[in-house]
Design a protein around this ligand. Sequence first.
Ligand SMILES: C[S@@+](CC[C@H](N)C(=O)[O-])C[C@H]1O[C@@H](n2cnc3c(N)ncnc32)[C@H](O)[C@@H]1O
Length: 168
Amino acid sequence: MIIFEHVRCPLHRYTFSVKPIRDWVERSCEGTVLNLFAGTTILQVNELRNDLDPEMPADFHMDALEFLRSWKGPRFQTILLDPPYAYRKSMELYKGMVCSPFRQLKDVVELCLEPGGIVITFGYHSIVMGKGRRFELERLALFSHGGAIHDTIASIERFSPSITPGSI
Ligand SMILES: C[S@@+](CC[C@H](N)C(=O)[O-])C[C@H]1O[C@@H](n2cnc3c(N)ncnc32)[C@H](O)[C@@H]1O
C-alpha cells in the first residue's frame, strides 16, 4: 500500500522554507539524515548538511555526487534529495549551480544509506530510486501550488536489499 497525501501551499525556490513542506519533511525523516542539497532551511532533525553553494549554511560544500563517492563516515538512515529540478532552474534560481548527473547520483546513493533506510526526493517524478536499485515506494505527497504552477512531487522510497530487483 502506498500512502498518498495532498497539500496546498506556495512554491519557493528554497523548498523547505515553505512551512507545510518543512513540517512534512521533518515528520518524514528517520534517524540520521544526509541533506544533500541542503539550501537555506535548517531542519529540526539530526542532519548533516551539504550544498555546493558556499553561502548556504552547511557542513560541506561539495558537488552532491562527489560527496556520495567520498563519504567515509557512518551510513545514514535518511537521504534527502532536493536538487534543482531542471537545468533552466539551475541557471535562473541557483546561481548556475547544476545538479550532478542524476542517474549516476542515484546509482551511488546506497553507499551512504543503511539497509532499511529511506530516500526522500523532491521533483517531478513519483518513482526515483526504483525497484531496479532495490527500493520500494512507500509514500507520495503532492504539493499543489495553484494556478499555472506545476505541482511538486515528493516520494519516500525504502532501501530493501532483500527484494528482487524489478524494472522500475
Ligand atoms: C531546490 S534548492 C533546495 C534547497 C533546500 N532543500 C531548501 O529547501 O532550501 C537546490 C539546492 O541545491 C544546491 N545545488 C545545486 N547543484 C548542486 C550540486 N551539484 N551539489 C550540491 N548542491 C547543489 C543549490 O545551491 C540549492 O541550494
